[in-house]
Write a protein that binds this ligand. Structure first.
Ligand SMILES: C[S@@+](CC[C@H](N)C(=O)[O-])C[C@H]1O[C@@H](n2cnc3c(N)ncnc32)[C@H](O)[C@@H]1O
Length: 351
């Protein structure tokens, strides 16, 4: 439905504003359920008992119950005959997509809480405030199952020996690859210490410390990474990071990084990138699940989305050929596999 159609469908300006407020409160209530672990618990255990939860948290039940009552009114929860609550079909249907609550809203709350100050230049993103990296990684981790199969298969199919993941976040994807191929080695690089802590926990929990390591560092300049990190890398994965490079380093800087990746992996290596395609045609924007909102939050947080053909052009300018493009079950995302056409190896093993 286009915005114009939506406008004609509402009864009045008052209804219009109330429907916006309703969506805001529902989103905040759902975020609270997800952040407090109640969404997971309802899905896993089948029901939620507000009295038991209040006792667990050492608070009065009247603090917990209004949240449940509101989400009953909004159709995500319902009462059982025992007086507990459970997810409705709508709640169950929303559950696999709960990560969007964080990646679309929660992680950007620190930014959008100060939108007026950002728009008027009173504060600057990156200097005065940032999004919550922790919540971003948590949200993406919850959504990862939707693309886990595609990306791990792409990497395993090319028979990678050592994978370098730039902007690894929780490193769950890398760990999954290592679990599926017992000879694969992997290094994850992330600039954010909190993400690295989560990633190291993943390595620990999966028992992969003999084959996986996590480095805190800047992935925008891979030539500066330690030699032992780069040594033997034949595959680079970059998931949802290149659009940050595009905004921060521009097109030229992005092509330069892609060129460095091509040189690192060498002629037999591969780049496996996952990106969200920006929209090209304005008239299609509303038909897509979240692009206008997604584009807005990127505008204010140092990121720039590009359409798939633009990514293909940059990959080609960096001396690589696209060998495969696989669909990813996340809004407008794609997984592209590229191979260097000819590259001077900078991989220490190949020198
Ligand atoms: C959108 S998240 C994607 C995380 C992960 N690749 C995934 O798909 O779940 C982007 C990640 O890149 C990291 N990051 C951003 N800029 C970076 C940089 N210059 N160097 C290394 N990591 C960076 C962030 O800390 C964050 O963990």
């Amino acid at each position: 439905m286009t915005l114009e159609m939506e406008r004609h469908n509402v009864l009045s300006g008052e209804d219009d504003i109330f429907s916006l407020a309703k969506a805001y409160y529902t989103t905040k209530a759902m975020l609270a359920m997800w952040r407090l672990g109640l969404f997971d618990r309802a899905e896993r255990e089948g029901e939620l008992d507000s009295a038991a939860i209040a006792a667990e948290w050492g608070v009065h039940e009247e603090l917990v119950r209004p949240l449940f009552n509101y989400l009953i009114v909004r159709g995500f929860l319902e009462y059982t005959t025992r007086g507990t609550v459970r997810l409705t079909q709508r709640g169950h249907d929303a559950y696999p997509y709960r990560g969007y609550l964080s990646t679309m809203v929660g992680a950007y709350e620190p930014v959008f809480d100060q939108l007026e100050a950002i728009v008027t230049g009173a504060v600057t993103y990156g200097t005065d405030l940032t999004r919550s990296h922790e919540e971003m990684v948590r949200g993406l981790t919850a959504l990862e199952d939707k693309m886990m199969g595609t990306v791990t298969k792409a990497v395993l199919d090319i028979n990678a020996r050592k994978v370098l993941d730039l902007g690894c976040g929780s490193a769950r994807m890398l760990a999954r690859m290592c679990e599926l191929d017992p000879t694969l080695r992997a290094v994850g690089v992330d600039r954010d210490p909190t993400s690295c802590a989560v990633a190291r926990e993943t390595v620990e929990v999966c028992g992969l410390s003999d084959r996986m390591s996590i480095i805190t560092g800047d992935a925008f300049d891979i030539t500066m990474l330690p030699v032992d990190v780069l040594s033997g890398v034949d595959t680079v994965t970059v998931m949802f990071l290149l659009h940050e490079v595009l905004r921060q380093r521009g097109r030229e800087g992005t092509v330069r990084l892609l060129g460095e990746i091509a040189a690192l992996v060498g002629p037999r290596g591969r780049l496996v990138m996952v990106e969200v395609s920006g929209t090209i045609k304005h008239e299609y924007r509303e038909k897509q699940l979240f692009v206008p909102e997604y584009e807005l939050l990127h505008e204010y947080t140092n990121q720039r989305l590009a359409a798939r053909p633009e990514w293909e052009a940059m990959v080609s300018e960096a001396g690589m050929a696209v060998v495969d493009v696989l669909p990813v079950d996340m809004c407008q995302s794609f997984c592209m596999v590229a191979a260097p056409i000819s590259a001077e190896p900078i991989n220490p093993d190949e020198q």
